[in-house]
Design a protein around this ligand. Structure first.
Ligand SMILES: [Zn+2]
Length: 174
């Protein structure tokens, strides 16, 4: 499914505004503890400006997150504000700070990916209360090597060490 939309109605017409409300399938977006599932919705407006077109509004993505504390996964909406310039300057480079206008179209895909990635929490905590109220967290903690024999491996499994360090840190911070 395309993430391109036409901007013909506002291109080269500074001040012209057109509402936009679209639902787009993005390229796969996966982060360490989160994954975008389903289409991303953009509600806002396209506005013609001298340099090209400004897209402003809010993007809503359904994101499957893993709780950084207890690893429970859940799909939650993530809302990101967007306000980006798409430049009609043919000399605009991909690594510039603006997105390009191609003919009379813009591709919203990269802009939405960038906005959603920024809006997803790096360490999502989905538990409602403090750690001691989360049975999954307590279960995880009970399974840390403190109470487990590590004789077979000759030491602590480094994965558990990293996780229990993370959990202790979160315990301290909450
Ligand atoms: Zn949790």
């Amino acid at each position: 499914m395309s993430t391109r939309v036409t901007v013909a109605e506002v291109l080269h017409k500074p001040g012209a505004v057109r509402d936009i409300s679209v639902e787009l399938e993005l390229p796969h977006v996966e982060l360490p503890l989160a994954e975008v599932v389903g289409p991303v919705r953009l509600d806002g407006a396209l506005e013609g400006v001298l340099e090209g077109v400004v897209v402003a509004g809010s993007a809503t993505a359904q994101v499957q997150m893993s709780c950084a504390r207890c690893l429970h996964t859940e799909v939650r909406p993530v809302v990101a504000a967007v306000a980006e310039l798409f430049s009609a300057d043919p000399g605009v480079e991909a690594d510039d700070d603006v997105y390009p206008v191609a003919g009379e179209e813009i591709d919203l895909g990269q802009m939405l990916v960038d906005a959603v990635v920024l809006a997803v929490p790096e360490s999502p905590v989905l538990c409602d209360g403090p750690p001691r109220d989360c049975p999954r967290y307590l279960e995880l903690q009970a399974a840390t090597p403190d109470g487990v024999t590590t004789a077979d491996t000759g030491g602590t499994d480094p994965r558990w060490a990293a996780l229990s360090g993370l959990l202790e840190q979160m315990e301290r911070e909450s």
